[in-house]
Design a protein. Structure first.
Length: 605
């Protein structure tokens, strides 16, 4: 029996090896079509240069864009190659004009399928469109407006918990804000996404639902550790049964694989239990209202959370359009993970920016105070005023700071697509080929992997100006309006439903220079992506961040810890660490000095 298992194991490894070899050979064949495209030399004979992007890769990316232009070739693991693209016209064609010709990579979809199941990140074609169609209404502006009052208390609970920690320390405390922003993001997504409270905020700072929270926190570090196994995920997803995959994970001497499996199990089981409990509650409510036990539960749905709206929409469509229960569970798990990591990072980055620049912090705090006082018609007690959606989303300086933060510090550095057909990508900015030829377009054969650089796009001086590498919130403000700087004219946000390059409702985003711009869903910024696969939850993320910041800055002041230098490493995901000797340079943290606000922390407007 042992021999049979060993033989089966050997056969599986041989099959994986043949699969990887096949991918390598097909990549070698493809390379000839764009062989004149230049790029950096291979950094490692096996790993290529791909790992440089995920090892604090900002300088590496920017140096190569400066050397080779908006398109360059770089070595992927296992002897394959890819095109690294930041040219705006090429990206327009990939995400908008020729969107059907470029899909998410099989590696990306398969990895997400193995981790989260058949959700948005794991599907393509008609299945993806069906899922997105049912989810879109939950993320509409109308639903955000209705959802906000229900989740506003979360930020107040966060502020109370941090304030309690500050007061216990005698009025000033060193606090790791990344930990608090992570807990806050989990609670926001839990309540808004699933109608469920994880109770992740308390005065002691100890999460009560530790297994789920710890699983979420581990996913990105584990994904980074396992990045060189990604090439095998399509084979594992398409050809191996769950039983065989589990046996392989048990046998292989890779502890991170077993840890990843446990994290995905905890997340999946928790989401499945929450869904089952929600359905059971709805059945009881339907029975109490006399709506019938079989189908009446859908009529009993009152919540505005994403799960409730998805269940209601799913119950109302034709059978062929319905999502299976496993798909619903997968959407919840995937949305929790996606929103948790990126939003907590953005919130922590904003607080760090405020700590580094007290002028920015005091100016924004003053804008928040004035908005709350004007809305409520009070001068005292304004700190606890909750702003309605329209006021919150239209605070000029807050809006400018958030846009500039997402431009300069995108939570993710790049995402990939693969060409489904032979095509040619036009370039807005011609590049110089290895032969010296000036290339105005690049041939892209079917199967070519393309890495779209969010960093390169957001730092393009031809689009954002000579100060593209600087943090300048004022680029988003229209000077000269009454009362000082204000929000750009209404309609300057890129319409996510416009199927054209850089289309805006009433003109160009004010932060963009000239006619050259990107098809980003958020004011030409590429941080949320663009096209039909752009981030579905960008409105919710924007609302959450603005609500948390307006609540915290009303009563709390943030400053740097002098002996602890925070460094944000660009490992695809933004990773904050403290440099030695103040820290170990590895542990994710954003320690800041926090105290209560004084009158001197405001400025006149």
């Amino acid at each position: 029996m042992a021999f049979m298992w060993f033989q089966a194991f050997t056969n599986i490894l041989m099959a994986v090896g043949i699969y990887v070899l096949f991918r390598m050979l097909t990549d070698v064949v493809k390379e000839g079509s764009y062989e004149d495209v230049d790029g950096p030399p291979k950094d490692d004979w096996l790993k290529g240069s791909f790992h440089r992007i995920f090892m604090d890769g900002f300088d590496y990316i920017m140096r190569n864009i400066e050397l080779y232009g908006g398109v360059f070739k770089f070595a992927m693991p296992y002897f394959s190659e890819a095109l690294f693209i930041s040219d705006p016209l090429a990206i327009q064609h990939i995400l908008i004009k020729e969107q059907e010709s470029f899909e998410m990579t099989d590696i990306f979809r398969s990895g997400n399928y193995l981790a989260f199941g058949p959700g948005l990140f794991a599907t393509s074609g008609a299945q993806h469109r069906k899922q997105r169609k049912l989810l879109n209404p939950a993320f509409s502006t109308v639903n955000m407006q209705e959802m906000l009052p229900a989740i506003q208390p979360i930020a107040s609970r966060l502020r109370s918990s941090i304030t309690s920690q500050v007061m216990q320390a005698g009025g000033t405390a060193e606090i790791d804000v990344l930990t608090w922003m992570s807990r806050t993001s989990i609670e926001y997504i839990g309540q808004a996404g699933m109608g469920y409270s994880f109770d992740s905020l308390d005065a002691t700072g100890s999460p009560q639902t530790s297994s789920y929270i710890q699983a979420l926190k581990k996913m990105v570090p584990l994904n980074t550790k396992l990045r060189f196994l990604r090439v095998t995920t399509p084979f594992a997803a398409h050809y191996l049964s769950p039983r065989v995959r589990n046996l392989l994970v048990d046998w292989l001497p890779i502890p991170a694989l077993r840890e990843m499996r446990e994290c995905t199990r905890v997340m999946h089981d928790t989401s499945k239990r929450i869904l089952a409990d929600r359905k059971a509650d709805l059945v009881r409510e339907a029975r109490a209202e006399g709506l019938g036990e079989k189908d009446g539960w859908a009529q009993a749905i009152r919540g505005k959370d994403i799960m409730s709206l998805l269940l209601k929409a799913n119950a109302s469509v034709h059978e062929a359009e319905k999502l299976e229960e496993e798909e619903v569970v997968s959407q919840m798990t995937m949305l929790l993970f996606a929103g948790f990591e990126t939003t907590s990072s953005t919130l922590s980055r904003l607080l760090h920016i405020f700590a580094l620049d007290d002028h920015v912090q005091s100016r924004l705090r003053s804008e928040i105070r004035k908005a709350k006082q004007d809305f409520a018609g009070v001068t005292n007690g304004w700190e606890d005023v909750e702003l309605p959606y329209d006021v919150l989303m239209n605070l000029p300086y807050l809006d400018a700071i958030l846009r500039e933060t997402l431009r300069v510090y995108p939570p993710v550095a790049e995402f990939a697509r693969v060409a489904q057909t032979d095509t040619i990508l036009p370039l807005a900015q011609p590049i110089r080929g290895k032969s010296g030829t000036r290339m105005k377009s690049v041939p892209v054969p079917k199967g070519t992997t393309i890495s779209i650089s969010l960093l390169g796009s957001n730092y393009n001086k031809d689009v954002w100006g000579d100060d593209a590498f600087e943090f300048v919130p004022e680029r988003w403000l229209r000077e000269g309006a009454s009362g000082g700087p204000s929000r750009p004219p209404k309609g300057k946000v890129v319409d996510e439903f416009a199927q054209g390059f850089g289309v805006t409702r009433d003109g160009e985003p004010s932060g963009v220079r000239g006619k050259l711009k990107y098809p980003g869903i958020y004011s030409s910024i590429m941080s949320f992506g663009g096209g039909p696969r752009a981030c579905i939850g960008f409105r919710f993320a924007e609302m959450e961040v603005k609500q948390v910041i307006t609540t915290l800055l009303s009563t709390l002041h943030f400053a740097v810890v002098e002996e602890k230098e925070i460094r944000w490493m660009s490992n695809n995901f933004q990773t904050p660490v403290v440099r030695p000797p103040g820290g170990d340079g590895k542990t994710r943290q954003v320690p800041l000095v926090v105290r209560k606000v004084k009158e001197g922390d405001f400025m006149g407007l």
